[in-house]
Design a protein around this ligand. Sequence first.
Ligand code: PGA
Length: 247
Amino acid sequence: MKKKLIAGNWKMNGSTVANAALVQQLLEGVNQVACDIAVCVPAPYLAGVGALVKGTAIAVGAQDVSAHEAGAYTGEVSAGMLRDLAVRYVIVGHSERRQYHGETDAVVANKVQKALAAGIVPIVCVGETLSEREAGQTEEVVKRQLAAVIHTNGHCISEIVVAYEPVWAIGTGKTASPEQAQQVHAVLRTQLHAATAHSDRVRILYGGSMNAANAAELLAQTDIDGGLVGGASLKALDFLAIIAAAA
Ligand code: PGA
């Protein structure tokens, strides 16, 4: 069985003082962990949080990366810069970036390529909106999103992490049922299997209102290899409970 990955997505939250307190509480609570743990923090805090968790069970991740390597791209952060800061993971194609920043499947695929080239593990987000689900398009949407990443990255996709995040479940308190999530995870698993001989290496996380109460049931599903946790990752006890559920 794959080691599960629990990744916190802090989104645009935190401060130097708040981060230090949260990380300290997490470090006190994660003594014997049987899963991989990451916190994906806002770019200005990558170095600071990186220093706090250095040598511990907690890895640092970023929330975005540029599709470009270097140059005149004001405000962008390159994969090389993330590597420079010893960042292990980067969330790519989160629905909030697709929705508010116009990231297309092609842009997401290029970002994944840059992360992989820098040796950073991209956590590639896919997921349908409520109207797409209601129109019966869930499979088609997630397959299209993942296909773009596979097309651009070929066999390297065995090095990615996928996160299935139904948009209607993000930050809404509405979680996909374990059966609904498993169904989509199985579709993604089949697609990965067709694309690489090493698909068994690829972890598929569930994200969308995962919390201390529902994590165990979601993580018990055959094809759910971890969680991408937003709101609950900002509360140490909740995040620790999810980590415990993954062990
Ligand atoms: P949520 O966010 O856990 O707050 O729903 C998950 C995410 O957006 O990654």
